[in-house]
Design a protein around this ligand. Structure first.
Ligand code: PMP
Ligand code: GLN
Length: 372
């Protein structure tokens, strides 16, 4: 395998002095109160190993959030584990379950860390392609891909890179198959709070029968504009969490102490922060999309995440990877080609642009795109 596209495109953007709308990270800071809390813990002696499963106060805050938002009662001692970002949680969940020859259902376009982790565990990815403009799951196709070796399905809503969001009926379809065929589910919910137009987030924590066979993963990086802190978590029933921790203990053992304490306090004191995140990013989505209106890109506004796909079929026949590189070098704007997220490299002439940026950055980006 090669180097992840996020590293490749961010490095190229830096080298070319291009506006970087490729890798997903905000160009603004986290809430000042959160930064102060972490600084407090950093300078008041909270700098040694926390418990392997994470700081208990943070696990309690996560359990309270999951109960409050999704009506799911979890035990912070046995069902919540803090990890070094969602990436680590995804890796640990996959390695807790997948053994040589096990099959794992992936819905393409799929986030780029899933398949390498599956292969490293000896598993075999079974790819179900989703197509624009809706990227809806064809459940008959999923059903047809299931075999007695199917161990796990990995899902992601709100979805990176398409910005689509699952409906309740999607979860019901998945639930029916998982219960009938006995596979497990890994639900990547890192964009759970970045969801637009009043849609509810269909966390698997809302579905008790399905949750009993699921790992639900999220990340504070997206929610608090601190992607570099790399703190995420996994919520899973005790028997799955036990297996999860067997891997986690030897991947990182545990994660950064002062940040965990700061997050625990902030979550307890400012529950409103994540509740207004959808509106915060919806305004940026609307700004970016409205600036592009009338241009040559086709725009179907994202339903969630901080990514916007732009179709460029009316502009050029070039492949998306070729175009993303050329635009970075010549037009000085970096994006992510979406074919990279398909096992068969299907090229739907779509580039992914990140809109978690200051309004001025978005205006500059739109100006470049309109000028193409
Ligand atoms: N899953 C998805 C869908 C993501 O977009 C990302 C990163 N943006 C991650 C997982 C990894 O999150 P983290 O940075 O917390 O490791
Ligand atoms: N998840 C982020 C994105 O999709 C990038 C994370 C990373 O760089 N590994 O852009």
């Amino acid at each position: 395998m090669g180097t992840t596209i996020f590293t490749v495109m961010s490095a190229l953007a830096a080298e070319e002095g291009a506006l970087n709308l490729s890798q997903g990270f905000p160009d603004f800071d986290g809430p000042p109160a959160l930064l102060e809390l972490v600084q407090h813990y950093l300078t008041h002696g909270y700098n040694q190993y926390p418990p392997m499963a994470g700081v208990l106060a943070l696990r309690e805050a996560i359990a309270a959030k999951v109960l409050d938002l999704y009506g799911c009662t979890v035990n912070p001692e046995t069902e919540v584990t803090v990890t070094s970002g969602a990436t680590e949680a995804l890796f640990c969940a996959i390695h807790a379950l997948v053994r040589s020859g096990d099959e794992v259902i992936l819905l393409d376009p799929a986030y780029d860390s899933y398949e390498p982790a599956v292969r490293l565990a000896g598993g075999v990815a079974k790819h179900i392609p989703l197509r624009p403009p809706d990227y809806r799951v064809d459940w008959d196709q999923v059903r047809a891909a299931l075999t007695p070796r199917t161990r796990l399905a990995i899902i992601n809503s709100p979805h990176n890179p398409t910005g689509t969001v699952w409906e309740a009926e999607d979860v019901r379809s998945l639930e029916a198959l998982a219960l009938r065929f006995g596979f497990y589910v890994l639900s990547d919910e890192v964009y759970e709070h970045i969801i637009f137009d009043g849609r509810p987030h269909q966390s698997l924590c809302r579905y008790p029968d399905l949750w009993r066979r699921s790992f639900v993963v999220s990340s504070f990086g997206k929610t608090y504009h601190v992607t570099g802190w790399k703190i995420g978590y996994c919520v899973a029933p005790a028997r799955l969490t036990e297996e999860f921790r067997k891997i986690h203990q030897f991947v990182t053992f545990t994660s950064n102490t002062p940040v965990q304490h700061g997050l625990a306090d902030f979550l307890a004191a400012h529950p409103e922060h994540h509740l207004q995140l959808g509106a915060f990013y919806q305004r940026k989505r609307d700004l970016f999309c409205s600036l592009l209106a009338g241009g040559r890109f086709s725009v179907k506004p994202s339903a969630g995440t901080y990514f916007q796909l732009l179709g460029y079929g009316d502009l050029t026949d070039e492949g998306d990877s070729e175009l993303a590189i050329r635009l970075t070098k010549e037009a000085k704007i970096a994006s992510i080609p979406t074919s990279i997220f398909y096992a068969d490299r299907a090229d739907h002439k779509m580039l992914r642009f990140c809109f978690c940026k200051d309004d001025d950055t978005l205006r500059r980006g739109a100006e470049i795109l309109l000028g193409l």
